[in-house]
Design a protein around this ligand. Structure first.
Ligand code: ATP
Length: 232
């Protein structure tokens, strides 16, 4: 049984349909990348899974239990955590305080403050600093660490690479295996196709709210991915 099962999901913003009959399954400990151009519906998919958007039709099951329409806090308690697009840190709080907030709801598990600081040692050096004084990459680390503090079984990452230099992006993606090693499944939403393909066992491509390509990353050629991405 998959950890996450999404079946025929339709999501709307008012009259505008952003997701059309989207189905996707993620196994425990798996890394799946969701790629697609601007506006393809990637963030909408993650927000639907995380309980920030209530889908109009379709079903989401987590660990075999229907969770469609549950609120975000209830989903965090069950083990679903989101690293939101643009990081959304609490600007007036320190690195430490941002991380601690992530631990306030959630579950017991391997991720403690000490373990998060071990994963991102630079955050330990800057623990007392305001989160706004950090570089973009370090802020992204705080956002990931904050999500890990709730000990998710499923970590949803929305465009980790946004606004970051390639070397910083590589550095952040290099930490993913340590997260997966704890048994956490990861869904990565990315516009950076190369990074997304390298990081995940499976790749899904969305276009205009529909799943247009899915398969094992190793088996999908870059040409096929590019064609699905641009719809050519
Ligand atoms: P991006 O890379 O720009 O984040 P995305 O693939 O994540 O793109 P979504 O943010 O999920 O795309 O948006 C999907 C569609 O829904 C787009 O057409 C977008 O304009 C629309 N949309 C997103 N958020 C809203 C909103 N709050 N109100 C109305 N329409 C929205």
């Amino acid at each position: 049984m998959a950890l996450l099962e999404i079946e025929a999901l339709d999501a709307f913003y008012g009259d505008f349909q952003a997701l059309h009959g989207l189905s996707l399954a993620v196994a425990a400990g798996e890394v799946v990348s969701v790629i697609g151009a601007n506006g393809a519906g990637k963030s909408t998919l993650l927000k639907s899974i995380a309980g920030l958007i209530r889908p109009r039709r379709g079903a989401i099951r987590f660990d075999g239990v229907p969770v469609t329409g549950l609120r975000a806090a209830a989903l965090v308690a069950r083990g679903i955590a989101l690293v939101p697009e643009g990081r959304r840190l609490f600007p007036s709080l320190s690195v430490l305080e941002n991380l601690q907030i992530g631990g306030q709801i959630g579950r017991p598990g391997p991720w403690t403050l000490a373990r998060v600081l071990e994963l991102f040692p630079v955050l330990d050096e800057r623990r007392r600093q305001a989160s706004t004084s950090l570089s973009g990459g370090q802020q992204q680390m705080v956002a990931i660490g904050r999500a890990l503090m709730s000990n998710p079984r499923l970590l949803l990452c929305d465009e980790l690479s946004l606004g970051l230099a390639p070397i910083v992006v590589r550095d952040i993606f290099a930490r993913l295996p340590s997260i997966v090693a704890e048994g956490t499944a990861v869904v990565i939403v990315e516009q950076d196709v190369v990074q997304a393909r390298a990081a995940a066992g499976r790749l899904c491509c969305l276009r205009q709210g529909r799943l247009v390509l899915a398969g094992r990353s190793a088996e999908l050629g870059l040409e096929a991915v590019r064609a699905a991405y641009f719809g050519v």
